[in-house]
Each structure stands twice: as C-alpha cells, then as structure tokens.
Write a protein that binds this ligand. Sequence first.
Ligand SMILES: Nc1nc(=O)c2c([nH]1)NC[C@@H]1CN(c3ccc(C(=O)N[C@@H](CCC(=O)O)C(=O)O)cc3)C=[N+]21
Length: 287
Amino acid sequence: MVAQIISGLAVAQDVKERVKKAVEDLKASGITPCLATVLVGDDPASATYVNSKQKTAKELGIATRDHRLAATFKQHELLELVQLLNNDPEVHGILVQLPLPKHIDEFAIINTISPLKDVDGLTPYSAGMLQNGMALLKPCTPSGVMELFDYYKITLEGKDAVIINRSNLVGKPLVFMLLERNATVTVCHSRTKELAARLRQADIIITAVGNRERFTLTADMVKEGAVVIDVATSRISGKLAGDADFEAVKQKASWITPVPGGVGPMTIAMLMKNTVSAASVLRGASG
Ligand SMILES: Nc1nc(=O)c2c([nH]1)NC[C@@H]1CN(c3ccc(C(=O)N[C@@H](CCC(=O)O)C(=O)O)cc3)C=[N+]21
C-alpha cells in the first residue's frame, strides 16, 4: 500500500478561512479578538514559532500583543505580566511560549493564566475540563491532529491508537480526545518495553519524540494500512523532518502526515480558532 498524504497545510488553510469569517462577525459586534504572545529568551526555534503565530493572527484580522523578554527576566516579573494580561479586557488569549528558561517554574506561570484566556489549553483547569469532555479551549497540537482525522474522515471508533509522547502539551491531552472518539489508547515513552511490537499492533500511530538519534519510526514498526501522524519537528543534516522515515513508512501506511506541512501548520490554525472561541465567550457574557 502507498499512503495518501494528509495535508496539514490544506486543512490549516480551511480552518483559517473559517476563523477569518468568525473574526469579521466578532468585529461587527464590537469585539476585536486579541492574542497576546509571551516569549522569554532568545531560542531561535521558539522565536520562529512565535513569529508565525503573530503573522497568522494578523492575516486573520486578530489583534496581537507581542511580549519578548530577555532570558534573565525573573519569575515574579513574568507572573506580574501574566496577571496584567489576565486583567486587560482587550486581551482574549494568552500564549506563553514553552519551554521557559530553567530558572522559571513553568507550572507556576501556566497556573496563573486565566482559564478564560488559556488559548493553549494548558492550565490545570483546562486539562481537567478536557478529562471531563467539557473543555472549550483544548491544546492546539492535539486538537489539530483531531481536525485532520475529521477532515479526511479517518474513523477512530474501536481503533488501536498508540501515542509516543506523554507531555501535557501533546500526549496526555490526546489520550482524552482519542478516548472520547472510542479509540483504545496506549501511551508509550522512553521507558516503554517492546515499543516496536506495540507499534506493529497499532491502527493509528501518533509519534512526537523529536530526536531522530533516540527514535526513528521505521517501516518495520508499522502495520500495513496503519495511519501515521508525525507530530515531531527535528532536523536531519539541517533539513526539517519528523520522527518517521517518511519515504519507507509511506509504502506501508494508508495515511501519513509529512513534516513540514503536516501537524505544524495545524497547531497554529487551532491557536487562532481558540483565540476566537475565547473572544466569543466574552461576547456571550456581555450579552
Ligand atoms: N506554549 C506553547 N504552545 C505551543 O503550541 C508550542 C510551544 N509552546 N512550544 C513549542 C511547540 C512547537 N510548536 C510548533 C508550531 C508550529 C510549527 C510549524 O508550523 N511547523 C512548520 C514548519 C516550520 C519551520 O519551517 O520551521 C511545519 O511543520 O510545516 C511547528 C511546531 C508549537 N509549540
């Protein structure tokens, strides 16, 4: 079998067009959705991600705040900034780019973001709501993955899904999203025994390791006809790549996401969607 390509670029475009219309509607009712991004330090990859979040927001008519702070910025200063954004009625979404410098307690910062403005879906409140199937704001990368399944009508009911990632940003939220769709979910990580054997059982593989020296998803780990979602962004001799040995895995899978042009663009599109959702709730609240 040769896999069909899941075009995150095309689906992200579709999501963005819908978001753009929603932004126009909100503006007509007197609300300009506004996303605040916060970047601490000068990691070039993080800066690139924040740049493209800023750029996409502007393209869709979403207002932005752009806070870029030195790596030496103190934890209490960052807490104060988040509180300022929480209390700013013009700001609907707050995105604190991760990872934060080591001297800053990531949980303390995320836990300070107002759940109403948590467009990353990372606060304990959002995580708990997601577990209960009640979340309005869900983490962007996992909800982008779900959007891809929906767009290509890839059904999840009764399927064996194996996730390689256990982070709060990707693996854990995916568990609840996949369970909600009646998949059977296995979460694998660095200490998992018999990883290849588990992967070979999977109808759906979602891989997000991001280090090709530690892990490469090779064709022998993939069942004929499996769906492969590659969430990773790593580099092979300077070139952007995912976890999968793409050309070889493509020969066995039924569907596969490329890197770039797969899950990455979806992450950004879903962030825009969350920003509009957060702004829309406000409209409901103000009548
Ligand atoms: N609070 C927080 N929220 C995040 O959502 C978050 C984060 N921190 N930290 C880092 C990860 C990573 N991430 C990506 C976003 C877009 C692409 C993306 O658009 N990638 C393009 C290629 C980009 C390129 O060329 O470098 C693609 O795959 O086609 C990738 C990765 C969001 N993250």
